[in-house]
Write a protein that binds this ligand. Structure first.
Ligand code: DGL
Length: 263
């Protein structure tokens, strides 16, 4: 069981930002990554639809013998993690949420910005997160429709992307926030562009590394950490595998085997 793989999924390529953190922290683990590119963006889908996709993914990873599941997607987590934990109570499941708690602790100006999908920002889970951790700070939320689609197309640099992103960042800058939460796993890929738009004293916070640490904790508690150096990663996509294979190196992964996921 220790040598069993870990299942990781996202609506698309965004979860690769989390996969990279898991690879860094847990280099012995073998990983399975499913990109549900045939249904991206999740951010504009209904919670019911996303819950159904979460259940399909979980079924697939169970069949593959995965010892743990990582929802490398904030939008899937707010919609689906509670059902998955109910359905698989003994399976280590790690979800993601926007880094409201660390941002509230870190801000000096008392104003925090959140860039995330519409689905995440409208969820009850996000509202509960604010109630719990952000009562003493002002939180400016900014949904970012269109960003995910551009990142999915391999665009990290175009003028179109810059203009769209600028429009989303401006209200945050106008609010004198000193901390911006990247509340969608696609957005860490925009860090270089974002840094060129914001003053150097504004910090960008995401939760990829924290998710990897939480996964490590859950596996260690159950004595499930892989012992041997069996590092490998296999990819599936519900859109075009050849296209996905080409995009992998742009997003920091060496090209690997990509299969079709048609569930
Ligand atoms: N990467 C996802 C997230 O963390 C969702 C992107 C999308 O499909 O809208 O929220």
């Amino acid at each position: 069981m220790r040598e069993a793989p870990i299942g990781v999924f996202d609506s698309g390529v965004g979860g690769l930002s989390v996969l990279a953190e898991i690879q860094r922290l847990l280099p012995n683990e073998s990983l399975l990554y499913v990109a549900d590119c045939g249904h991206v963006p999740y951010g504009e889908k209904t919670p019911e639809f996303i819950r159904q996709r979460c259940s399909v993914m979980a079924g697939f990873f169970r069949e593959q013998g995965a010892k743990a599941l990582v929802l490398a997607c904030n939008t899937a987590t707010v919609a689906g993690v509670a059902d998955l934990r109910r359905d698989f109570p003994d399976w280590p499941i790690v979800g993601m949420e926007p880094a409201v708690k660390p941002a509230a602790a870190a801000t000096r100006s008392g104003v925090v910005g959140v860039l995330a999908t519409t689905g995440t920002l409208q969820s009850a889970k996000f509202a509960a997160l604010l109630d719990r951790f952000a009562t003493d700070v002002r939180v400016i939320t900014q949904p970012c429709p269109g960003l995910v689609e551009l990142i999915e197309s391999g665009d990290l640099h175009s003028a179109e992307l810059r203009q769209l992103l600028q429009g989303y960042v401006e209200p945050l800058l106008a609010s004198s926030c000193d901390t911006i939460i990247l509340g969608c796993t696609h957005y860490p890929f925009l860090k270089p562009m974002l840094k060129s738009m914001i003053p150097a004293d504004i910090s960008l916070i995401d939760t990829g590394a924290a998710v990897a640490r939480q996964l490590q904790r859950l596996l260690a508690e159950r004595d499930l950490l892989a012992a041997g150096p069996n590092r490998s990663v296999r990819f599936w996509t519900s859109a075009d595998p050849a296209y996905f294979k080409n995009i992998l190196p742009l997003l920091g992964q060496s090209a690997g085997e990509v299969q079709n996921f048609d569930l």
